[in-house]
Design a protein around this ligand. Structure first.
Ligand SMILES: [Zn+2]
Length: 207
């Protein structure tokens, strides 16, 4: 599959290119609209899989670069993400800011810095993720950074799918490139089931 184009003019305000960015997700197959069975067993009219967008390095670099611009004046020293979804985002945002990228991963159920990664006391840290739904992983990583004495200066994601609920970063706002409304339903309450739309399991061969 050819990589989607990255022809959104640089410097365009985020709100103005929201739909154009969503089109890049759609072209990459990273945003599907229909009737989907999620791994949780719930149904959703929207399926989002950022990895399908981030597999294209030019596109990943372009979109993460746009997100990074929001933090150009924040004197960020390190970009920190929860594994796995946030790793590529952290890497590309850090490249745009000219700083380093590290990631936290679960060890015995707890978000941990492994592989020799460390944060210094007072280090200015930008937290990033691919998609924020409940914000749980990012909250854990925020706590990890604060316990290390680092200063979390902002929280960002490519996609905000919180539906407007507070992700609970201690009053720190979530900055996102795009917002996606993606309700989920138990099968009994699913409007698409009621309409008789065929249910698709994402990743299966028929999509
Ligand atoms: Zn359904």
């Amino acid at each position: 599959m050819p990589a989607p184009a990255t022809d959104i003019p640089a410097g365009t305000a985020m709100a103005d290119y929201h739909e154009a960015i969503l089109d890049r997700f759609r072209e990459a197959g990273a945003l599907l609209e229909g009737h989907f069975l999620l791994s949780s067993g719930r149904h959703s009219p929207v399926y989002l899989q950022c990895a399908l967008l981030l597999q294209h390095p030019d596109l990943a670099g372009d979109l993460c670069g746009r997100l990074a611009r929001a933090f150009a004046d924040d004197r960020v020293a390190t970009v920190l993400a929860p594994a796995i979804g946030g790793i590529v985002v952290a890497h590309e945002v850090a490249r745009a800011l000219g700083v380093r990228a590290v990631f936290a991963e679960r060890e015995k159920g707890r978000m941990t810095l492994r592989r020799g990664f460390a944060l210094a006391r007072g280090e200015r840290v930008l937290l990033v993720e691919d998609v924020v739904t409940t914000g749980g992983s990012l909250r854990e990583v925020q706590q990890l950074a604060e316990e290390a004495g680092a200063e979390v200066v902002a929280v960002a994601a490519l996609v905000d799918r919180t539906g407007g609920t507070d992700p609970g970063f201690g009053g720190m706002p979530l900055t996102a490139l795009v917002r996606v409304e993606a309700p989920t339903y138990v099968p009994e309450d699913c409007p698409q089931c009621r309409e008789g739309l065929p249910l698709v399991k994402p990743g299966s061969r028929n999509i």
